[in-house]
Design a protein around this ligand. Structure first.
Ligand code: A2P
Length: 293
């Protein structure tokens, strides 16, 4: 399986990244260190996770050189106004203790105003925010820019502008319950790489996800774990995969992947596409924006 995917900038992004959403304080630094020791070279963070300082410290203490690690962070909804973007970037850089990010994403297609309410204008037209993201690349603070939780319509809406830099990446929920084959195909056709968050179904559903009969069958056949089946499946679909764990044995397990034989890959792809798609928990529901419309 490919250890990396190439981006339009020429940069190569490691195909497995450690997810750190909802990793509790004190756990997350240790998880990052275990991951770097196990061979991970990609950490997926965000300003809103509130753990950038601890993640940055763990990276430093690992003594793996900064240039060998891919660091992603994300612009929170309250900072979409063009005059706020650079402040948000600088705050993330200072907390992570680094002079640049490998990747910076618009975290949600939802802009908030000062009162934490939806700014509908900037939500429907994120181009002013995007232009600032482009400027951050020109200034050397960020190497690649992208989006997260964008559907096809929102990406078409953004890329209809005369962009200097196109979104390289869209990070979205992708798992057995919500495999999004249409978005995957559209993204491939348009040169946008997808990143899979909640690749094991997230904490609420992981147990059930690992017990799907098709997956257990494949795991037994190949003598690997169900989690390894899923992580391999994601990479084989052509996406980056961001498994979250704070458990050392699982962090190590999730990094050991191998290509699934084509017939077994297709069995899993078919099983995932056969049931009614069901998203995991989604904060945007509470914001009053239907991000899928
Ligand atoms: P923990 O962090 O306690 O190890 P997702 O990546 O889909 O968001 O799923 C994250 C959830 O899956 C977490 O609850 C995590 O638990 C659990 N998890 C991660 N890797 C494995 C694994 N290899 N086997 C079982 N559970 C796992």
């Amino acid at each position: 399986l490919p250890g990396q995917f190439s981006l339009p900038s020429g940069d190569k992004i490691p195909s497995i990244g450690l997810g750190v959403w909802r990793s509790a304080p004190n756990d997350v630094g240790e998880a990052v260190k275990v991951a770097l020791k196990a061979g991970y070279r990609h950490i997926d963070d965000a300003w809103i996770y509130g753990n950038e300082r601890e993640v940055g410290n763990a990276i430093k203490e690992s003594s793996v050189p900064r240039k060998d690690i891919w660091i992603t962070s994300k612009l929170w909804n309250t900072f979409h106004k063009p005059e706020h973007v650079e402040w948000a970037v600088d705050d993330t850089l200072s907390k992570l203790g680094t002079s640049y990010l490998d990747l910076y994403l618009i975290h949600w297609p939802v802009a908030f105003n000062e009162d934490q309410e939806v700014d509908w204008e900037l939500t429907e037209n994120p181009y002013p925010t995007w232009q600032k993201m482009e400027e951050m690349v020109e200034k050397g603070k960020i190497r690649n820019i992208g989006v997260s939780n964008f559907n096809i319509r929102r990406l078409q809406n953004l890329t209809a502008n005369n962009l200097k830099i196109k979104p390289a990446i869209n990070q979205v929920e992708l798992n057995y319950w919500y495999p999004q084959p249409e978005l995957l195909q559209w993204s491939k056709d348009h040169g946008i790489l997808l990143e899979a968050y909640s690749p094991l179904g997230s904490a609420e559903r992981v147990k059930e996800t690992l017990q799907i009969p098709e997956v257990k069958h494949i795991a037994e056949k190949l003598d690997i774990s169900p989690a390894q089946v899923y992580i391999s499946w994601h990479i084989q679909r052509g996406t980056i995969v961001l498994p979250k764990s704070v458990t050392p044995a699982r962090i190590e397990e999730n990094f050991k992947v191998s290509r699934l034989p084509l017939n077994l890959f297709e069995q899993l792809e078919n099983a995932a596409s056969a049931h009614k798609p069901a998203r995991g928990s989604d904060p945007s529901k509470h914001w009053g924006v239907d991000i899928f419309e």
